[in-house]
Unconditional design. Structure first.
Length: 84
């Protein structure tokens, strides 16, 4: 099992999203406890964060500590040309 930690920045970004999408994002993030056996995950190269989770038009950017089993949610952003 992995622990999920939200940074203050990511929590604030999530609060600004409408309720319907918030629920979908929280459900997707909660599924990350089964990491690495998750869907819609992509390892990022040459990026500030190590992974991204795709949930509809939103991207959850996060780091995953394999040794300590902690997933730290860094940002929640709507997908557009400036997301990556």
């Amino acid at each position: 099992m992995n622990a999920i930690l939200w940074t203050p920045k990511a929590a604030k970004q999530l609060r600004k999203i409408d309720r319907q999408h918030q629920v979908a994002i929280r459900d997707g993030v909660n599924a990350l406890t089964a990491m690495p056996d998750c869907q819609n995950i992509k390892a990022l190269t040459s990026h500030q964060y190590n992974y991204r989770l795709r949930i509809g038009n939103y991207r959850v950017l996060f780091d995953w500590g394999v040794e300590v089993k902690i997933i730290e949610i860094q940002e929640v952003r709507k997908h557009d040309e400036r997301t990556y």
